[in-house]
Write a protein that binds this ligand. Sequence first.
Ligand SMILES: Nc1ncnc2c1ncn2[C@@H]1O[C@H](COP(=O)(O)OP(=O)(O)OP(=O)(O)O)[C@@H](O)[C@H]1O
Ligand SMILES: [Mg+2]
Length: 243
Amino acid sequence: MQIVFAKGLTKDYGSLRAVDNIDFEILKGECFGFLGPNGAGKTTVMGIIYCFMPPTAGDVKIFGMDAAKNRSEIKSRIGVMPQEDNLDPDLTVLENLIVYARYFDISKKSSLPVSMELLEFVELKEKANVKIPSLSGGMKRRLILARALINNPELLILDEPTTGLDPHSRRSVWEKLNHLKSKGTTLILTTHYMEEAERLCDRVAIMDMGKIVTTDSPSGLVKKHGGNLEEVYLKLTGKQLKD
Ligand SMILES: Nc1ncnc2c1ncn2[C@@H]1O[C@H](COP(=O)(O)OP(=O)(O)OP(=O)(O)O)[C@@H](O)[C@H]1O
Ligand SMILES: [Mg+2]
């Protein structure tokens, strides 16, 4: 079953074409990754999928519904982990979840136990009553993941979920994401880490300059182009992943 269908998807910011006539589909229960250099258009595609902004042109269907017409229903079934940290620094860890739950009309009575459960899932229960500035970068990322799960989403959108994390924290996030996947949650992620793509993604789309260069499984790409995924990425985008 199709969770996301996009055809001819295009997004312009003024005279800049950030996403250029791309087609893709994402199936229920899969983890689909968007890979590509800075400015390729990955975050823009994610923003269109979670109905943050409309495309300039093209068709997008999410859960079989038109993104322009069914925005609030679509949003209620999606969880988003944005690229930037947008936690409220004046609130505690727990309050950040409870306040966010209000956007989904979840009452305080039910958001409290759900929030505590989620804090346990991301191993932050003992931090429930501390304010955001006293969390480490990895803890903030895990809290943002917990927040994205508050409405029990069918589709989880993860924009660079582990950027800036140390290898241990990164593995801990991978474990959580694999657990969600095993429960049937559909995942869409962007990453600059090829190991992350290989460990989590069933299929990836490699983007460059607003276009999808290729879509395949990580192992399929390696089989087709030779070398490892990092070498395939370099071959297809002409850009190194590291300095
Ligand atoms: N709100 C905006 N207004 C104007 N231009 C934008 C806006 N957001 C993104 N862009 C431009 O659109 C292009 C694609 O940006 P986008 O953030 O989608 O890339 P990305 O693939 O997510 O990159 P990164 O890996 O750096 O996160 C870039 O050229 C960027 O400068
Ligand atoms: Mg981005």
